[in-house]
Design a protein. Structure first.
Length: 237
């Protein structure tokens, strides 16, 4: 099966390419609730992209260039280390590292330069070593006609918190390379949520971290496992 899609500039991460989580969520959507997507090159903005779906795999192409590949995830993803309360998330977000400086201020998920209702404005700050959290309330603009958050929006929400947990800092940028997600329930517009990220393993040039989306009473709605790639300071996307 083939379809054509365009990543609107609203859904950018770096200034010149798509937000990793949103882009991966577009590739994952035909696969259902549990999938893994690998980004092969920065997803281009505002151009037609070909999405191909064949049984248990998907791929995204810009002409002859392979942008991303998706497949069914073959294992359950680990839950967060512990439940983080709304109060803890509210306290943590005040210490968000991106407030001190941000390589990608326009990032759809965690950019400090995005207005309310435009970006997700998820600002994860430290709860304890290796664990970050932020409050999040889905805006109606990223939900379907029934008020349920879209698959790309859920993937985007799980994206950057894992990066900040894996010691993403204002000193060196990193970009999403791979994301596996298990969605149990997509949240609704206006639902009060906590997004959690936690460090798993540092591999020097890249690092692995987890993330989760939970309700105010601790119900886990979705979990993710991300591989982040550290890039040069002058990387433009």
């Amino acid at each position: 099966m083939f379809s054509t899609l365009v990543i609107d500039r609203r859904y950018r991460g770096p200034e010149q390419s798509g937000n990793g989580g949103w882009s991966a969520g577009l590739v994952a959507a035909p696969l259902g609730d549990r999938a893994e997507v690998t980004l092969r090159t920065p997803p281009p903005l505002e151009v037609p992209l070909d999405l191909r779906h064949d049984n248990e795999r998907t791929s995204l192409h810009h002409g002859e260039v392979l942008v991303a590949e998706g497949a069914l995830a073959d294992a359950d993803l680990a839950p967060p280390p512990r439940v983080v309360t709304i109060d803890e998330a509210n306290a943590a977000t005040t210490s968000y590292g991106g407030f001190a400086g941000h390589f990608f201020v326009g990032c759809f998920t965690c950019g400090t330069g995005r207005a309310e209702g435009d970006g997700l404005r998820i600002f994860p700050g430290p709860v304890e070593p290796g664990l970050v959290a932020a409050p999040w309330t889905p805006h109606s603009s990223i939900c379907d006609d029934d008020g349920v958050a879209s698959t790309p929006a859920v993937w985007a929400a799980l994206d950057c918190p894992s990066g900040w947990a894996g010691e993403l800092s204002v000193d060196r940028p990193a970009v999403l390379g791979r994301l596996a997600v298990d969605v149990r329930r997509r949240p609704r517009s206006g639902e009060q949520l906590v997004v959690v990220g936690w460090a798993i393993e540092d591999l020097q040039k890249k690092f692995i971290a987890g993330s989760a989306l939970q309700t105010a009473d601790g119900e886990v709605l979705a979990t993710g496992r991300a591989t982040w790639v550290r890039v040069p300071l002058d990387w433009q996307g």
